[in-house]
Design a protein around this ligand. Structure first.
Ligand SMILES: Nc1ncnc2c1ncn2[C@@H]1O[C@H](COP(=O)(O)OP(=O)(O)OP(=O)(O)O)[C@@H](O)[C@H]1O
Length: 703
């Protein structure tokens, strides 16, 4: 069988290529520490050179192995290892291994036949003996090579633990190898007791072959492990690219995150500022809220107090309401009583006036004017308030007593003022409001003071202005009793027996006409009648009428009224509750002054004036004598005064006289006329009263 095997000499060539066999044996003496260091150096180199393909790795592995063997085999003698024969044996024994190591590694499964168990044990023993004796084993160098192979394996990993983990399923790792060495050491320790000297003889090619097969198996496993690692490493660029792209994405995300963080930090700052301002506002609002709450509490307390007061007031109101109802009933009763008493008062008032006479005469002697101080006065003796005595100054000087005594309803001394005179007139004005017709006229010589008595002056108003004031004052009081009044006025002038409208400058035909179905009631056609609602408006109209009245200078008066002026005020009162209407009227007449024809310079005016006054005297005398025919129509004046003189009217005549001796004759005539009028008894005046829309008495209603 051995003859078939190649001769050892034929195996020398590979030995020459590997003179480092002694170093192989020495290597275990450096221990695992040196092996680990070299492994680390290899790992570092591998990591610096990058990953290499497995073939190259294997080449390096082989070259490294061989080089290291070569380096270590540089001075085998220095190790003191034996003779040349031994070296030859060793060379022979290694040559097969080296040859086998230099063969290209096949990746396929080994097809060699299994090593017999005996041969395997022999190899094991050879390894063990080599480890214990620190001598280069004859055949056990393969184990040393295994260790060397194990050290070359390291370049793929610097971490022995990792290496062990990575190659756990395929081949023994460094750790395993170390273990193997340790085990070998243990075995060596054991072999100290029982040394194993078995080795593969150089001729035992079968054992050597098996050994090589074992090595081949180990290397093959390592190759597979490397292949797997290589595959994993091949994927590393892609993984690197992926990682780079991920890194890029991550970087972008990081930048985005940083920009977001910046934005968020800005927003955070803004939000912080907002938060601060809101916190400040909140503190202010809280303070305000506290104030408001205090105010609310105060108001609440006040509200509570007011509520209780309101309750009390409501109770009081209900009580007062009940009382008010009672009082309203009483008021209605009192109103009724007042109305009735007022009616009674009116009746009594007018009864008194009737008793005094429906035509009354007041005599007024005017004072001397400043321009008259050098003139002689008549002898005047004011016996009482109703009796006056006038004497001719010339008769007194001749001792011819000729005193003329006159009695009137009232005699006014020259010192009497306008106010005291009006007090005597005002009851008549009151009667007009009660629905009676009133007529007040002034008769007398020119310059005797008629206009002064009726109109007065601005500083001292007469009867007409005072009548206006009294009317409107009385209307106010009557309104409280339920009466409403309407006042209508007309201003008429009779000049030279012609009628003129003093409120209009138009030329128009005006006639005195009788009211239908009435004996004495008259009205004037085409006259301007104006409704006045205030005393001021009535005064304006009076002023207009005064400006339109004809005046001229006379001997007795620089500004003599040369016409008869009639101011008519119509009063229509209405009581809605009682459905009662009263209609009264006031005729205020300022007659033209009588004048002696001897002294007159305006004869036509004087004739007309004197004639109308004469007709007035005739009417009065006719009434006094109770004649059947009263000549009212003989003059415009008597015709106009017909209702006042002979009808349903209360009439008051002022007889004005001048105090001068020069006026004695005219004054005596006027006084005698007045005395005649005073004797005249006209019909009893009736009240113009309409009740329930039925005309009770419409006498004296104009138009
Ligand atoms: N009681 C008086 N007190 C003061 N002055 C008076 C009084 N009566 C009249 N007079 C003055 O006498 C003058 C004449 O009076 P008045 O004009 O009123 O007379 P008369 O009768 O109207 O005259 P006629 O008829 O011409 O118009 C006026 O200047 C007037 O101011």
């Amino acid at each position: 069988m051995e003859s078939k095997l190649p001769k050892p000499s034929a195996l020398k060539r590979p030995t020459a290529m590997k003179p480092t066999l002694p170093f192989e044996r020495i290597k275990p003496n450096f221990g695992t520490g040196l092996s680990n260091k070299s492994q680390m150096i290899c790992d570092s180199l591998q990591s610096l050179n990058g990953f290499q393909p497995l073939s190259k790795d294997l080449t390096n592995f082989q070259s490294y192995d061989c080089t290291s063997r070569r380096a270590r085999a540089a001075s085998p003698d220095s190790l003191g290892l034996g003779s040349t024969a031994s070296r030859l044996k060793i060379r022979r024994s290694r040559s097969a291994c080296d040859i086998r190591d230099m063969r290209p590694i096949k990746r396929t499964e080994p097809t060699l036949a299994p090593i017999p168990a005996k041969a395997a044990r022999t190899i094991s023993n050879a390894f063990a003996s080599a480890s214990i004796t620190n001598k280069p084993p004859r055949i056990g160098t393969s184990a040393t090579n295994c260790t060397g192979v194990g050290t070359v394996k390291r370049p793929f990993s610097t971490n022995p633990a990792k290496q062990a983990t990575g190659g756990k399923s395929t081949m023994p790792t460094q750790k395993n190898l170390v273990k193997t060495n340790s085990g070998s050491a243990t075995a060596a320790t054991t072999s100290t007791v029982k040394p194993q000297t078995k080795r593969i003889p150089p001729y035992d090619f079968k054992a050597r072959f098996n050994d090589l097969l074992e090595k081949h198996k180990i290397v093959k496993e390592r190759l597979e492990e490397k292949s797997e690692q290589l595959n994993r490493l091949k994927n590393l660029p892609e993984q690197l690219e992926d990682t780079k792209s991920q890194l890029k994405l991550t970087t972008e995300e990081l930048q985005n995150c940083q920009s977001k963080i910046e934005c968020l930090s800005k927003q955070t700052k803004l939000q912080q500022q907002k938060y601060d301002s809101i916190a400040e506002d909140l503190s202010k609002t809280t303070a305000k809220f506290e104030e408001l709450r205090k105010t609310y509490n105060n108001i609440k307390n006040e509200h509570t107090q007011l509520s209780s007061e309101v309750l009390q007031l409501r109770q009081r109101t209900s009580e007062l309401t009940e009382t008010n109802v009672v009082l309203l009933d009483e008021i209605n009763v009192y109103k009724e009583q007042l109305f009735r008493s007022n009616m009674e008062r009116k009746e009594l008032h007018n009864t008194v006036l009737d008793l005094r006479g429906n035509i009354r005469v007041f005599c007024r002697v005017r004072p001397t004017l400043e321009c008259e101080h050098d003139k002689l006065l008549c002898g005047w003796n004011f016996i009482d308030e109703a009796t006056v005595e006038i004497s001719n100054l010339e008769a007194i000087s001749k001792n011819k007593p000729n005193a003329h005594t006159f009695t009137f309803d009232q005699v006014f001394h020259p010192s009497s003022d306008q106010e005291s005179i009006f007090e005597m007139v005002s009851p008549l004005i009151q009667s007009a409001l009660d629905g009676y017709n009133i007529c007040i006229f002034a008769y007398g010589q020119t310059g005797s003071g008629k206009t002064y008595t009726m109109d007065g002056v601005a500083s001292n108003p007469g009867i007409i202005p005072r009548t206006v004031e009294l009317l409107f004052e009385s209307i106010k009081n009557y309104r409280n009793m339920g009466w409403e009044y309407e006042i209508k006025v007309t201003f008429l002038e009779i000049y030279n027996e012609v009628l003129y409208d003093l409120l209009s400058n138009e030329q128009k035909d005006m006639e005195i006409r009788m009211v239908k179905n009435s004996k004495n009631d008259i009205y004037v056609s085409n006259i301007t009648q104006e409704i006045v609602e205030s005393a001021g408006r009535l005064r304006e109209l009076m002023h207009i009428a005064k400006m339109n009245r004809a005046t001229a200078a006379t001997v007795g008066n620089e500004r003599s009224s040369r016409s008869h002026a009639v101011t008519k005020i119509e009063l229509v009162g209405q009581h809605k509750e009682k459905q009662e209407i009263t209609i009264g009227s006031i005729n205020l007449v300022d007659l033209a002054g009588s004048e002696s024809p001897k002294t007159s310079t305006r004869m036509n005016e004087t004739k007309n004036i004197n004639r109308s006054l004469s007709e007035l005297t005739n009417v009065i005398l006719a009434l006094l004598q109770k004649q059947d025919h009263i000549p009212y129509r003989n003059s415009k004046l008597t015709h106009l005064l017909m209702p006042s003189l002979g009808g349903n009217s209360k009439t008051l005549m002022f007889i004005n006289v001048a105090p001068l001796q020069d006026c004695f004759v005219e004054s005596l005539k006027s006084l005698r006329f007045a005395a005649t009028v005073n004797q005249c008894k006209i019909a009893k005046a009736k009240r113009n009263r309409i009740h329930n829309n039925s005309l009770a008495n419409t006498s004296g209603v104009g138009n």
